[in-house]
Design a binder for this molecule. Sequence first.
Ligand SMILES: Cc1cc2nc3c(=O)[nH]c(=O)nc-3n(C[C@H](O)[C@H](O)[C@H](O)COP(=O)(O)O)c2cc1C
Length: 188
Amino acid sequence: MCKIVAFIGSPRKNGNVDTIIKEISNGAMSKNVSVKNFYLNNMNIRACQGCLYCRKVHDCAIKDDMKEIYEAIKEAEYVVIGTPVYICQVSAQTKLFLDRLYPLTEIDKSKHTPRFGKKKLVMVFTQAAPFPFLFNKYFKYTAKHLKGMGLEHYKTLVATKAFEKDSSKNNKTLLSKAYKLGVYMAEN
Ligand SMILES: Cc1cc2nc3c(=O)[nH]c(=O)nc-3n(C[C@H](O)[C@H](O)[C@H](O)COP(=O)(O)O)c2cc1C
């Protein structure tokens, strides 16, 4: 069982999202808690086909790498989703993954019990724009609507001025925040 699972929604290995999530992992690992990282861009994940199979059975009709992801989320206490801002939204890799989380919502609307129970959600956004508030409403909106899947918003980290691949590596304040967050998640 892995207490923390993290999803990297950027195609850039060692880019900003990856760097921040690695730092969260380092913090957690310092407390002997391992983090399972998934690089969405390297995985075989098809787009949701809208077949609504998951509205009849709590599962997805598509058999691809999401199967491994569902298993990991099921066991986890924390789910970390990291994405670069692409045209003011999450990356395509992240959106594909989010749509495929639909089977985690409860079919019976009267029950309000997501399939895998409640998880704490940490969001990581990186952007070129220098203003941290620029996409705030969108970030809040995105996190809020994952509640139906059992992902209850706990914390959002935003990296600004992160256009170059190495930008976040030079942002000591941000890295320290990410590390401390990992420590906290491991201990709580
Ligand atoms: C296709 C594309 C669209 C982008 N759109 C935006 C945007 O709307 N606003 C912004 O602030 N940055 C935008 N950026 C910059 C990225 O959000 C930024 O470089 C991010 O930190 C990349 O994360 P990564 O290093 O993990 O790949 C865009 C970058 C690309 C490649």
